[in-house]
Design a protein around this ligand. Structure first.
Ligand code: S3P
Length: 433
């Protein structure tokens, strides 16, 4: 297990291009794998998770080629033109819940038997949430106590009218991907609207999808055509540096080619509420996704009490909650996170691990079943902390370490490579010591 030393910083300054968005990379990899023709994907995520998706579509008959290197690198995926083949072995989803859940919907309409497996963390994550709608559509799916391995006995599926019981873009996507290939028109409603990358990606690949109020509809039997696309920078990776910029009065950070899809960009409102000043420098649209450049400086906080993240906002910043919690002790008024029970079934129990690591650094906080209450105005000290093999915990704690007194040792720091292999290099480039 790798130990990473993070030293305190004086400030954070510079510009950064973060790697391609993990969520969008998964969707492009999967839909390109199903489509007819060769898709050329630039700025594809460098994280291990979307590469699990590429590995799976390859095992299902698509061809995946990596061309060029550095910023000019592309991933070329030649799809199976609507007919996945029976894979020779189990499909390895690694650490990626997105791969396992979304791929289940994509492959269930194909007349083969598939087994989806993953690492230890993935094997304890809830999978009943995708089994339920896909079984209603007619797929036979076996789980072991609600968990992976997931065995799918695929075949013709029928459309359903489904309401997602928990806010989950992965469940929504599994249903839409299955509905695309089912008989009839599948409808889906979400009580809390989640990230809409699948909707944009399906349209980009040529599918028709309609929305009427809260209801999304997709008719079955649609064919997809390959695309050329550039994946926007991952705002959830940028979040670590956006949050770090709030820690130093003279911080100045410019992020370019950043994904700013409105269903992901609520983070920018939270940063502003916690005292950040965000200037949007440019913005353009590509395949329905907004891409832009922003500048962040710390401003001032006017509110008197702690800022509360709850309800729909919690779902919109679900992946950024660990780093928001990590900077909360240094904010003027603190942070309350509620309605975040989903955080307990991510790559780790993120509520428990954030609490444990911040306490090890001397923070006072209250752990709640669905969140955290973290008072502001605290000082932290360096400590030995543990990522719990969770990428976002490794990176979140590193940000808190920038403002601690003394050095922090992050055990299991290699987990960062699940979504952001360049994280520690970028941190060293931007943190002034
Ligand atoms: C994701 C959706 C979220 C998020 C995950 C990626 C996606 O999960 O936490 O990192 O790409 O759709 P849920 O669907 O479980 O909320």
């Amino acid at each position: 297990m790798a130990i990473q030393l993070v030293r305190p910083a004086r400030t954070l300054q510079g510009s950064l291009t973060v790697p391609g968005d993990k969520s969008i990379s998964h969707r492009y990899a999967m839909l390109a794998g199903l489509a007819e023709g060769t898709s050329r994907l630039s700025n594809f995520s460098t994280g291990a998770d979307p590469h699990s998706s590429l590995g799976c579509v390859q095992a299902l008959g698509a061809t995946v080629e990596h061309k060029g290197s550095g910023p000019a690198a592309t991933v070329e995926v030649t799809g199976v033109a609507g007919a996945f083949r029976q894979p020779a072995a189990a499909l390895d989803c690694g650490n990626s819940g997105s791969t396992m859940r979304m791929l289940a919907g994509l492959i269930a309409p194909h007349p083969h038997t598939f087994t989806l497996v993953g690492d230890h963390s993935l094997t304890v994550r809830p999978m009943e949430r995708i089994r339920k709608p896909l079984s209603q559509m007619g797929a036979k799916i076996d789980l072991v106590d609600g968990h992976a391995p997931v065995t799918i006995f695929g075949g013709r599926l029928r459309a359903i009218d489904f309401t997602t019981p928990i806010p989950s873009a992965q469940v929504k996507t599994a249903v839409l991907f299955a509905g695309l290939q089912a008989e009839g028109t599948t409808s889906l409603s979400e009580a809390i609207r989640t990230r809409d990358h699948s909707e944009h990606a399906l349209k980009a690949f040529g599918a028709t999808l309609t929305r009427s109020g809260e209801k999304l509809s997709i008719s079955g039997g649609q064919k997809l055509k390959a695309i050329d696309a550039t994946v926007p920078g991952d705002i959830s990776s940028a979040a670590f540096f956006l949050c770090a910029a709030l820690l130093f009065p003279d911080a100045n950070l410019v992020l370019d080619s950043l994904g700013m899809n409105p269903t992901r960009a609520a983070l920018l409102d939270v940063i502003a509420a916690l005292g950040g000043r965000i200037k949007v420098l440019t913005v353009e649209e590509h395949h329905g996704e907004l891409i832009g450049a922003i500048q962040v400086n710390p401003g001032g906080v006017s509110a008197s009490g702690p800022f509360t993240i709850s309800g729909a906002l919690t779902a919109q910043v679900i992946d950024e909650l660990p780093v928001l919690a990590a900077i909360a002790p240094f904010t003027a008024n603190g942070l309350i996170i509620r309605d975040a029970q989903e955080l307990r079934v991510k790559e780790s129990d993120r509520i428990a691990l954030v609490a444990k690591n911040l306490r090890a650094m001397g923070a006072e906080l209250t752990e709640l079943p669905d969140g955290l209450e973290i008072p502001g105005g605290q000082s932290l000290h360096g400590a030995q902390v543990d990522s719990g093999s969770d990428h976002r915990i490794a990176m979140a704690v590193s940000i808190a370490a920038l403002r601690a007194t003394g050095d922090t040792e992050i055990h299991g720091a290699e987990a960062a490579s699940i979504s952001f292999p360049e994280f520690f290099t970028s941190l060293d480039a931007l943190a002034q010591r």
